[in-house]
Design a protein around this ligand. Sequence first.
Ligand SMILES: Cc1cc2nc3c(=O)[nH]c(=O)nc-3n(C[C@H](O)[C@H](O)[C@H](O)COP(=O)(O)OP(=O)(O)OC[C@H]3O[C@@H](n4cnc5c(N)ncnc54)[C@H](O)[C@@H]3O)c2cc1C
Length: 337
Amino acid sequence: MSQYDYLVVGAGLSGAVFANAAKRAGKSVLVIDRRDHIAGNVYTEDVEGIQVHRYGAHIFHTSMRDVWGYVNRFAEFNNYVNSPVANFHGNMYNMPFNMNTFAKMWPGVVTPADARAKIAEQVAAENIGEPANLEEQALSLVGRDIFETLVKGYTEKQWGRDCRDLPASIIRRLPCRFTYDNNYFNDRYQGIPMGGYTKMVANMLEGVEVRCGVEYKELAAAEPDIAARTIYCGPIDAFYDFKLGTLEYRSLRFETETLDEQDHQGVAVVNYTEREIPYTRIIEHKHFEFGTQEKTVITREYPADWKPGDEPTTPSTTPRTRPCTGSTRSWRHRRAM
Ligand SMILES: Cc1cc2nc3c(=O)[nH]c(=O)nc-3n(C[C@H](O)[C@H](O)[C@H](O)COP(=O)(O)OP(=O)(O)OC[C@H]3O[C@@H](n4cnc5c(N)ncnc54)[C@H](O)[C@@H]3O)c2cc1C
């Protein structure tokens, strides 16, 4: 007879949502996580009264009303709208590509018709038929100016490879918005849980037994019958003991610093799109919650090669690892299954 109905491996969002539902259904649940804290990759911790996103910035966004209603049962969300900017050699551009971006890039371009004509002219100048790689794909979608200013360096840093050595399939689309709207997401709902994601996940896990610092494989070896069923939310290659090899993940190194100034960059997210600057982004965490603290906390994000033992982020899509759907995003979601 098992001690629990369910063993949930991973105290991140997937595990917490499942555990909450199972508990409400009257099941007995044990949640474990190898980390020393709950909340998985959305973990936030308090530094100088600021909620710091330790594993990278997380903005909650969805178009599904029931999902939005669900998360609002566990946290009150603020009205943060993600509007990152890009810094290329000290010039600032709005993201995602929209009329503010185009007007800055091409003085004199002021209307959507001007911008469409400019992009069409640049795309035509490249004269690319079937794109053979990511560079050709991007040039055939947005032309040279946007590619070289906002796509090339950032993408090469992210993937650790030249754009000409990356598959065209990574970017099927480079969405251009022909309005003066800097909202990064198209979803109907977005925001940040006030007081941090960790508090939200703790509310989801209320009344559920949670053990941190516990490795699944060790527990499963020591107590194979601990639960009738296991819900595994870790990397799928590790689940199978890397019998088919490892996925080709990328990783991120975070360099976090507390600064004795009130406002470092005036916005939560600044992308650094030139190749020469080794980090891809600087996050200034207080702006996610409109903080007015005297100090500020920033994190530089450095893309890195992944090796077993490192925290994985997005798996690279190579012919060897590409999922059936061909999309990078679906890998991330599979990993979360
Ligand atoms: C840098 C970055 C930025 C992102 N930004 C956004 C964003 O802005 N908006 C958005 O919607 N999504 C974003 N995402 C995606 C989001 O983080 C994930 O979709 C979500 O957090 C997945 O939750 P999860 O519970 O499935 O996995 P995780 O949060 O990864 O949790 C899995 C947990 O399982 C534990 N675990 C794994 N293996 C074992 C084991 N063998 N034994 C014990 N414990 C184990 C891990 O320690 C981890 O805590 C981002 C992801 C990254 C990497």
